[in-house]
Write a protein that binds this ligand. Structure first.
Ligand code: NAP
Length: 265
């Protein structure tokens, strides 16, 4: 049976590519409706650059979820809107697959507890690229041996949240294996605030924003007489689509919220 999908953010860089991915997999998925912040009552075919199809667009997520028969909801928008959309989808028993980054820990806990109550599957993944997931896994392994570690994440300059969800997730995973340590000299001082980056349990995260970039991260470990660098580059947004496709299928078999693609691979 085909999985009926609602997608929010169809005009965005990720959203428009996800629309293409859904249409390329017509044997498995059906795009039932889209949620957009404009174009209410129009159809995809009315929007320049989107496929020539009669798929309805809603501005109000509540109305969309009420009027559309759907199994899965994909959110590729911005954190505030994404959180509201995702909560509404769950309350309508529609399983979310969320690529939007920047949800707070509290928001994730909140969504997780509603899913648990309802025994409804959900996936929130700060990075849908398999290479990025492996980078995080390898970093977690290395952190057990190298407590000195800096993360440098680099993204395009239209990204709204910093540090990236992937960088935060990497730090969280490394915290599980790394001995807690404040890095650098104990007397070090920042003569320019922010020079040493953001701090997570003594680790440092640095965020670069540049036109021309997509999504890139280096995790640099240092030990006596050696350094180890684990690096991943998403060269284009195709890198995320396989993970979204996989998640839309997997979420149908889940009965709780899973945070991070590595937990379902
Ligand atoms: P984008 O090109 O800026 O697209 C964002 C979309 O959200 C646009 O359609 C935008 O509409 C819409 N939007 C903005 N504000 C809104 C609002 N208040 N209400 C409703 N819709 C709103 O961004 P993107 O590069 O596609 O990224 C989308 C999200 O995916 C971001 O959170 C990004 O960090 C995340 N991301 C995740 C992954 C992953 O693997 N998980 C990978 C890449 C990106 P307008 O054009 O009208 O503003």
């Amino acid at each position: 049976m085909k999985i009926n999908v609602i997608l929010a953010g169809p005009r965005g860089r990720m959203g428009s590519q996800a629309v293409e991915m859904i249409l390329e997999n017509k044997d498995q998925f059906n795009l039932a409706a889209c949620i957009d912040r404009k174009n209410n009552g129009m159809q995809l075919k009315d929007i320049e650059g989107l496929p020539d199809l009669s798929i309805p667009i809603f501005e109000d997520p509540e109305e969309c979820f009420q009027e559309t028969e759907a199994d899965v909801f994909i959110d590729l928008t911005i954190p505030e809107t994404g959180y509201r959309n995702t909560k509404a989808a769950i309350l309508h028993n529609i399983r979310p697959v969320v690529g939007t980054t920047g949800f707070t820990e509290e928001q994730i806990r909140d969504l997780s507890s509603i899913c648990e109550e309802k025994q409804l599957g959900a996936i929130i993944a700060p990075n849908f690229a398999i290479g990025a997931v492996l980078m995080m896994k390898f970093s977690k392994m290395a952190a057990a041996y190298f407590p000195d570690v800096d993360i440098i994440e680099k993204h395009h300059d239209q990204k709204l949240d910093a540090p990236s969800g992937t960088a935060v997730k990497t730090a969280e995973l490394m915290k599980e294996t790394r001995d807690s340590k404040k890095q650098g000299h104990e007397d070090e001082q920042e003569t320019l605030p922010g020079a040493r980056g953001a701090e997570v349990d003594g680790m440092r995260i640095h965020s670069v924003r540049m036109p021309g970039l997509v999504a890139h991260q280096e995790v640099i470990f240092g030990g006596k007489g050696q350094t180890l660098t684990i690096k991943h580059d998403s060269i284009n947004r195709d890198s995320f689509m396989e993970g979204i496709k996989f998640s839309v299928k997997q979420v149908m078999d889940l009965e709780k919220l899973v945070y991070g693609l590595e937990n379902i691979l």
